[in-house]
Design a protein around this ligand. Structure first.
Ligand code: ADP
Ligand code: MG
Length: 361
């Protein structure tokens, strides 16, 4: 397995959910296009972040990538194997190598199982190990996520949110996966705990040679952990590129709006008015042309009728915007306060890491 080769490849993935209304006739009022033509590659050893507002299709995409749900169309290739071509049995075997960490550490652990069983069950299913080897592996997993051997006999409700997410991470690692899809793994946690969990995920990635798809809505977190960032809007990727390029010189007006929404870390400093206006349109009635045009300050007539394709722009970023070459320079907005905000968040994360090392010592 060469680092840098492609591990996961999605081509033109779509997921449409039928929506019915009415008590008697159950008319179909249209499909929700939760994911609408997404293509992406993930290299081995890479962290690809996916960001976007709630409801834009991130969790649906995560499930499609692992084939936890069936796509309406499109394909996913994992390590050279087309997942859609696998039968149930072969897919079950493949699952060992592709795991998920969920947003809600409360809902994702079975409350009736001890931590020992939560961790041993996936190992017993996928790995050929004796009972004593399973026990040893389970204790070692507890150790790598910062829990103690006595935690094995406890139940999920006896743990804090941060500890539960550590258990969720240990369970994802139990089958020795190559790919872990993290679906907003820290969104439900306190900010102070977020930093610990992110640092843990980074350490584990290195130690276990993992590749991550890391879903978030917090660009400051993503800036810290990602190699590349993909920005989603209403089921589509509207911008994708190296994290430095996307956060320093975003080309899509939506990415700019998301960056402008990163809160300023210093109390008392008010941010510039965000560029983004209006609400996310209903996924049932998606705008024609560029889906972002009703909220976009730069939209022209063409944007109302013609859907822009994701296309490479000078500098290495790909963006789906007719107007990408004609936008004012990003610095005119609030590049300085944003980078200050991100730097401050990063140093908060780094400080929390140091505090953790000091506490462990
Ligand atoms: P995100 O994770 O970005 O918040 P989701 O992928 O959960 O977004 O949802 C994307 C869209 O698809 C939303 O409009 C949501 O209501 C819809 N959706 C998700 N799952 C289903 C489902 N099982 N049936 C119908 N609609 C769904
Ligand atoms: Mg989600």
């Amino acid at each position: 397995m060469k680092p840098g080769s492609i591990l996961l490849e999605a081509r033109n993935l779509t997921k449409h959910y039928p929506v019915r209304r009415g008590l008697v006739f159950r008319r179909e009022v249209g499909p929700v296009r939760a994911v609408d033509g997404v293509s992406l590659d993930l290299k081995r050893g890479e962290t690809l972040a996916i960001v976007g507002e709630s409801g834009c299709g991130k969790s649906t995409l995560a499930r499609l990538l692992l084939r936890l749900i069936e796509a309406t169309s499109g394909s996913v290739t994992f390590d050279g194997t087309n997942l859609q071509a696998l039968d149930r049995e072969a897919m079950r075997g493949m699952r060992r190598r592709m795991q998920m960490i969920f947003q809600d550490p409360y809902a994702s652990l079975n409350p009736r199982l001890s931590i020992r069983r939560i961790l041993i069950e996936p190992m017993a299913l996928h790995l050929k190990l004796s009972p004593s080897e399973l026990e040893r592996e389970m204790l070692s997993l507890l150790n790598v996520v910062g829990l103690q051997p006595f935690h094995a006999d406890r139940y999920p409700h006896e743990f804090s949110g941060g500890q539960r997410q550590r258990i969720g991470i240990a369970r994802a690692l139990a089958t020795k996966p190559d790919l872990v899809v993290c679906d907003e793994p820290v969104s439900a946690l306190d900010v102070s705990i977020q930093a610990h969990v992110i640092n843990l995920l980074e350490d584990l990635k290195r130690d276990f040679h993992l590749s991550y798809v890391f879903i978030a809505h917090d660009l400051a977190v993503v800036r810290h952990i990602a190699d590349r960032i993909a920005v989603m809007y209403l089921g589509e990727i509207v911008e994708i590129g190296d994290k430095g390029d996307v956060t320093r010189a975003p080309r899509h007006p939506y990415t700019r709006a998301l960056l402008a929404a990163v809160p300023h870390p210093e109390p008392g400093i008010r941010d510039a008015k965000p560029v983004l206006e209006g609400d996310l349109p209903s996924p049932l009635q998606q705008p024609a042309g560029c889906k972002f045009h009703p909220r976009c300050p730069f939209a022209v007539d063409r944007c109302k009728s013609e859907r822009p394709a994701l296309r490479p722009l000078p500098g290495g970023i790909e963006a789906a915007c007719h107007r990408a070459e004609h936008l004012p320079a990003w610095q005119r907005y609030r590049a300085a306060p944003i980078s200050a905000a991100i730097t401050a968040r990063q140093s908060a994360i780094a400080n929390a890491a140091k505090a953790k090392v000091a506490a462990d010592a």
